[in-house]
Design a protein around this ligand. Structure first.
Ligand code: NDP
Length: 289
């Protein structure tokens, strides 16, 4: 069976890993990158390096974009939009849900189908069982290309709205970065007290590993809009995070994060949620002023 000709635009670590996976599976792959030297390894594996974005777009039926963000996408593709008609664009570049919706409309305006994508793996895990990717956009278009897309990561279709794939990505990445920053801040407090990150490690691990235990109960409470205090009373939580804030200040460590955490708890208590479980903060955090 003839394999769909693919074009990959953007050859950072992610674009290179995806291109290599498509080549291994026997797809004709045309690539373009602002810095053409990054294509050399792929060309050795059989990829065709296009001279211009327009030439790259013309070569593939499925156009995979792997760029820093959507501004870069418009910079590269806008001068070549005449080549978009009849193509399917799968945009695996990161940006916001609203920008994905705009991009879908922009692509439609140029006669192209559009799937939003978001890779949930680092480049070294592309094409392994550890990789998954969120997609959203027209179901038929996704179904048509799901087998090809599964060569780079297990596809997880989130719905018709083109904003949904990037939204799920941002939801997950928000947990990632916020948790990681809490860990870095904790290392800073430990270090200021003469405790190395390595000595902290077993305790950091056990603190983080206990978090998922709470998640199902938090989800049930948030969805029911009912926050019994059997998890952790918010007023107790406020006292606890204020101790963390003071410990951070005593250590001479930047208090930006600890202050923000205490402020969020304080606002919840001020809103009358003190006797409820701390997941009730979703009500004050989500309240539009
Ligand atoms: P890089 O930032 O390394 O690569 C980005 C690509 O964008 C390169 O091809 C680069 O070209 C191009 N680019 C950037 N600015 C411009 C510009 N002004 N004009 C033209 N081209 C430009 O990113 P990655 O490969 O790591 O990631 C690609 C996408 O995948 C990103 O959206 C990222 O958020 C997402 N992603 C990455 C993950 C990772 O672990 N790396 C994990 C999950 C998602 P050039 O080579 O010439 O600089």
């Amino acid at each position: 069976m003839t394999k769909t000709p693919l074009t990959v635009i953007g050859l950072g670590p992610m674009g290179r890993a995806m291109s290599a996976a498509f080549l291994r599976a026997g797809h004709p792959v045309t690539v373009w990158n602002r810095t053409p030297a990054k294509a050399s390894g792929l060309v050795e594996q059989g990829a065709v390096l296009a001279a211009t974005p327009a030439e790259a777009l013309a070569a593939g039926d499925l156009i995979v974009l792997s760029l820093t963000d959507f501004d870069v996408m418009y910079t590269i593709i806008e001068p070549a939009t005449a080549a978009l008609a009849g193509k399917t664009v799968v945009n695996l570049s990161s940006d916001t849900p609203d920008r994905a919706r705009e991009a879908a409309a922009w692509a439609a305006g140029h006669g192209a189908g559009y799937l939003s994508g978001a890779m949930m793996a680092s480049p070294d895990l592309v094409a392994t069982e550890a990789a998954s990717a969120f997609y959203s956009g027209p179901r038929e278009l996704f179904d048509e290309h799901a087998a090809t897309l599964s060569l780079i990561a297990a596809p997880d279709y989130r719905g018709e709205d083109p904003g949904l794939g990037p939204l799920y990505y941002q939801l997950v990445i928000n947990i990632f970065w916020t948790t990681m920053l809490a860990h870095v801040q904790t290392i800073a407090i430990a270090r200021a007290n003469g405790i190395s990150a390595t000595d902290l490690l077993p305790y950091a691990l056990s603190a983080t590993e206990s978090n998922p235990h709470f998640f199902p109960q938090m989800a049930a409470q948030a969805d029911a809009g009912d926050y019994p205090s059997d998890l952790e009373r918010l007023s107790m939580g406020l006292i606890s995070v204020e101790h963390v804030l003071r410990t951070t200040a005593e250590a001479g460590v930047d208090t930006t994060l600890a202050s923000a955490v205490a402020e969020v708890f304080r606002r919840g208590v001020d809103a009358g949620l003190g006797e409820k479980g701390f997941t009730s903060l979703v009500e004050t955090l989500g309240a539009k002023s």
